[in-house]
Design a protein around this ligand. Structure first.
Ligand SMILES: [Zn+2]
Length: 117
């Protein structure tokens, strides 16, 4: 799994437009949510904005939300936020025709069972 949250001084891999190559960048500043906002190229020293992946942003958003309790007897829809006793807060990504759903949790997407109408 790719680490999505960092501390100042950590190393992240990023494409440097000045070096025209992917290099290790030093984290210079973080957003309030703990995502990298600015990085400095370890080769040429160029400081630039760092865009976290859409998935990282979504996971950060999930951390602040309260979901509906998860139970196999309940029915869920895409986009619904659920609270799983083991995996924590997740967002329903895909609802299948087979009583299964794919849910994005902080670590990864998991396939769960639900009760289909
Ligand atoms: Zn560079």
């Amino acid at each position: 799994m790719i680490k999505e949250t960092y501390a100042i001084g950590d190393n992240v891999q990023k494409f440097c437009p000045a070096c025209d190559e992917q290099f290790g960048h030093i984290v210079k500043s973080l957003t309030k949510a703990g995502l990298v906002s600015r990085v400095k190229c370890s080769k040429c020293g160029l400081t630039g904005a760092y865009k976290p992946s859409a998935k990282a942003v979504k996971i950060q958003e999930l951390a602040g939300k309260t979901g509906d309790p998860y139970a196999t007897t309940r029915t869920y829809r895409a986009g619904q936020i659920i609270a799983h006793p083991t995996f924590g807060t997740g967002e329903v990504m895909t609802v299948f025709n087979t009583r299964t759903i794919d849910v994005l949790f902080a670590d990864r997407v998991r396939r769960l069972v639900h009760s289909r109408i």
